[in-house]
Design a protein around this ligand. Sequence first.
Ligand SMILES: [Zn+2]
Length: 479
Amino acid sequence: MTDYETVIGLETHIQLNTITKIFCSCKADSWEDPPNTNICPVCTGLPGVLPVLNEAVLRKGAILAAAMHSEIRLTSFFDRKNYFYPDLPKGYQISQYDMALGNGGYLDLPMPEGYVRHVGITKLHLEEDAGKTKYEHGVRYVDFNRCGVPLVEMVTAPDLRSADEAAQYLIRLRQLLRWLGVSEADMEKGHLRCDGNVSIRPVGSTYLNPKTEIKNVNSIEAVRTAINKEIERQVEVVESGGRVESWTLDWDETNNRLTKMRSKETEADYRYFREPDLLPLELTEDWRDAVLAELPELPLERRVRFMSEYDLPLYDADILVENKPLSEYFEAAVKAYNGSPKVVSNWIMNEILRMLNELGLNADELRLTPADFADVIQMVDAGKINNATGKSLLVKVQESGKTPQAIVEEEGLGQVSDDSSLQAAIDKVLDASPDEVESFRGGKEGLFGWFMGQVMRETRGKADPQLTRELLGKALKGK
Ligand SMILES: [Zn+2]
């Protein structure tokens, strides 16, 4: 049997999180709003109206283009993409065709296996969304709320080689979109939509075979599953002497299978021409420079810097840059802590992430500031409080909004580490448990942990564990 390699390109539609739509002042996000409530004559395409470009859409689109290493064209055009469909009241969609806002671009995609896949971007343009239709009880309903919602369409070159790479691309794209603050990037809500173009060829060849397009995939896991199924199907077709045809396939989420929707249209069907109701989009170099200046350090760059600057393992760096607030929290805490960054990272990965998960918050929404957090670690380091107290102290600071210092004083949480008071507690425990002391001395050394627990209880958890172990060992052997 021939060995095949897979060739995948992804077409993504990204809903920008602007307040209003791309060409009118209707509310852009209609999630959970009743159908046809955020519409006006412009977005429903009534005669005699004119579109006006929303600058926020342009700005967010340009930031995304810059982050994808795409050239921001100083002159670009809007074009009409003509087609007939019930959810498109104008009979055309305003899009950008040959002279779009972004020109070229790429994403260097780090794979968990350690290699980097260079993914080229062939298309990056602004466009308006269409409405949607819904079939229910034998009737087709139409909702125009989504008409005019701002989108960036971004298409990759056929550079991806497996379903895992396609999934990884979407994971990194979603991370980037949220990092830049240009989209909520929630696939379930349609903020990030993805169609996959899939073909196969014998390993070693460079030509492209006819591809199929997979549509309506609503999660990253579904993209992975659907592409793998399609690869399997194409290999079977070719192995049995058939030819893969350029179909459009529909992913059926409930039954986990692909069905043929139609033979694919070609671009000529859309009869693109320049949008006569909008002027060419002319940007000044100053405007472009201002956008570029706004571009933050990107997640993948920050990940590399965290490894070199703080000497963190890849595993830690990857988790810490998962979102921007978390990575900023880490850096602020490292500065305040003034010790080993790896110690801060460990505390974040164990304690802070658990707290964020339980509370459903982002790191910048915590009452526990990075400085308070660093204080707590320092108190543990200095032996003022023990590790367990430190962990519970983080929660107390978060709940009360008080400083760690104030809580330690108020609640008397300081670690018992002076010999005499600790010795007194140990004596008390031993006096109260003569039977256990006898068993221990008779060889049941497993009881040591139980004695530790008793001393901790006696000191209300504040005993310095190391010193306790030492003094308790002496007391148990000596008497
Ligand atoms: Zn409108």
